[in-house]
Design a protein around this ligand. Structure first.
Ligand code: SF4
Length: 223
């Protein structure tokens, strides 16, 4: 069994609830979506067996919080992911899964090995794609067995009705799951500020734990 991996590096987590912790990043090749705001062009990959990837991870002996399995979409390679999750656990390190939250049946197969799940909510008015509310609902239901938080990219085009749809989904599963509102990194923050603050206030009035968190790795130029 071989996994297609685009890059492996060590850096600081630049977004979400765990912003600032040191991680090893394993970027999986390939994605099932094509979001309008995507800033992760994946042109090349190298193939690894799970054992070879583990050896690469051992090349980072320093102190780090967890290994971030990111993409692309790691769940497209669920068999490989399940294996590397198990090997990484044996090494005594935590598995952090970064996912677009659209492949619930793949998540079900690997959930046991995941420690932290950073799940995107893909608002159609942000992505320019069809809606994934059904997939997101099934996914979050499974992910909620673990330490999970949600992220939504807010762009110039993002509509309030998508936020309200997301809040209904969170309330239906567990209203304690945090939601990170993340400005589109390609857009001038000043243009989004009013919308982000309005969206956060809507979340808070609905008793959802929302935070505004910009992508720090872009501001600091790391990762
Ligand atoms: S899910 Fe992530 S990697 Fe895939 S297209 Fe959207 S932003 Fe890019």
């Amino acid at each position: 069994m071989r996994g297609k991996i685009s890059e492996i590096f060590e850096s600081m987590q630049g977004e979400g609830l765990y912003m600032g912790v040191r991680q090893i990043f394993v970027r999986f090749f390939g994605c099932n979506l094509a979001c309008k705001f995507c800033d992760t062009p994946l042109y090349a990959f190298r193939e690894y067996t799970p054992e070879e990837l583990l050896e690469r991870l051992k090349g980072h002996p320093g102190k780090f919080h967890s290994v971030s399995f990111t993409g692309g979409e790691p769940l497209l390679q669920k068999g490989f992911l399940k294996n590397i999750f198990a090997l990484n656990h044996k090494r005594g390190s935590k598995n952090y899964l970064e996912t677009n939250g659209t492949l619930p049946s793949a998540l079900k197969e690997v959930i046991e090995g995941a420690d932290i799940i950073a799940m995107d909510l893909k608002f159609p008015s942000s992505t320019g794609l069809k809606d994934y509310w059904g997939e997101h609902h099934a996914f979050l239901k499974i992910a909620s067995q673990k330490d999970v938080f949600l992220k939504a990219v807010i762009c110039k085009n993002t509509e309030e009705y998508d936020l309200k749809r997301a809040l209904a989904l969170i309330k239906d599963i567990n209203e304690d799951i945090p939601l990170i509102l993340q400005p589109d990194g390609e857009c001038d923050y000043a243009l989004l500020e009013e919308k982000l603050e309005r969206f956060r206030d809507i979340c808070l009035s609905e008793k959802i734990k929302a935070r505004l968190v910009p992508q720090m790795h872009k501001i600091l130029g790391v990762g």
